[in-house]
Design a protein around this ligand. Structure first.
Ligand SMILES: N[C@@H](CCC(=O)N[C@@H](CS)C(=O)NCC(=O)O)C(=O)O
Length: 232
């Protein structure tokens, strides 16, 4: 069976697309039209009842939640992550869930503050200010782990964790919801080297091209200019 990835350009589904390209497995894509809020349509909610992108159709049914999909793909294909009996498995899970919860989850809070604070502009600003601090602190912890030379954050042989962190770095740099003065990739030199290495990989270039993300989607991110659909 060919996987089917329900995606929108430059959404969390981009991480899954990179993993599928790195694995070299066949897949098709179906656009979720965000300009019409199709992630909340009845048809899409049959795939992901939470109305969030991505969803991946697999032989074991439809999967949702980015890191669940990443881990499932890695386990299923025995690639891009330490196997369950590998001595690094515990640390790998720890950092993958750390990135999902604190970085991706933090970004979600800042992208959609009204879902969490209501309409008050002051409350939304307070949330964003707090999240800038939190994201900086948490990215520094991932940088410290990468700086130990840990192979699961190596851009020349990416893992699903590296793919996840790379996409989050892109969104920190690119999206204006947080303001643009708080984030500097240069503060995370090991992660910067990782993403630069990733950008030289044909699989990553294919994934970025498919969503109109340019040649340097992580080290010099530009707004998506996708062949179909829209990021928001
Ligand atoms: N925890 C979810 C979060 C996914 C998520 O935040 N998706 C965003 C796009 S990047 C989305 O669906 N946004 C539209 C919405 O929430 O209405 C996951 O990891 O899959």
């Amino acid at each position: 069976m060919t996987y089917v990835l329900h995606y929108a350009p430059d959404n969390a589904s981009f991480i899954i697309r990179m993993a599928l390209e790195e694995l070299g497995v066949p897949y098709q894509t179906v656009l979720v039209d965000r300009s019409r809020n199709m992630q909340h349509s009845e048809a899409y909610r049959r795939l992901n009842p939470a109305g969030m992108i991505p969803a991946l159709e697999t032989p074991q049914g439809v999967l949702f939640e980015t890191c669940a999909i990443l881990l499932w793909l890695a386990d299923h294909h025995r690639a891009l992550a330490p196997t369950s009996d590998h001595p690094d498995r515990g640390d790998f899970l720890k950092w993958l869930f750390f990135s999902a919860t604190n970085i991706q989850g933090g970004l979600r809070l800042t992208f959609y503050p009204e879902k969490f604070t209501g309409r008050s502009a002051d409350a939304q600003q307070a949330l964003r200010t707090g999240m800038r601090q939190q994201l900086s602190t948490h990215l520094a912890l991932i940088e410290d782990q990468a700086a130990t030379g840990w192979s699961w954050l190596d851009g020349q042989a990416p893992s699903v964790l590296g793919l996840h962190v790379a996409a989050c770095l892109r969104w920190c740099a690119l999206y204006p919801e947080l303001g643009q003065d708080w984030f500097d990739l240069g503060r995370y030199p090991t992660l910067r080297a990782m993403v630069r290495d990733m950008e030289t990989r044909p699989a990553i270039a294919r994934a970025a091209a498919a969503e109109g993300l340019g040649a340097h989607p992580f080290s010099d991110p530009q707004p998506a200019d996708p062949p179909e659909g829209s990021a928001q």
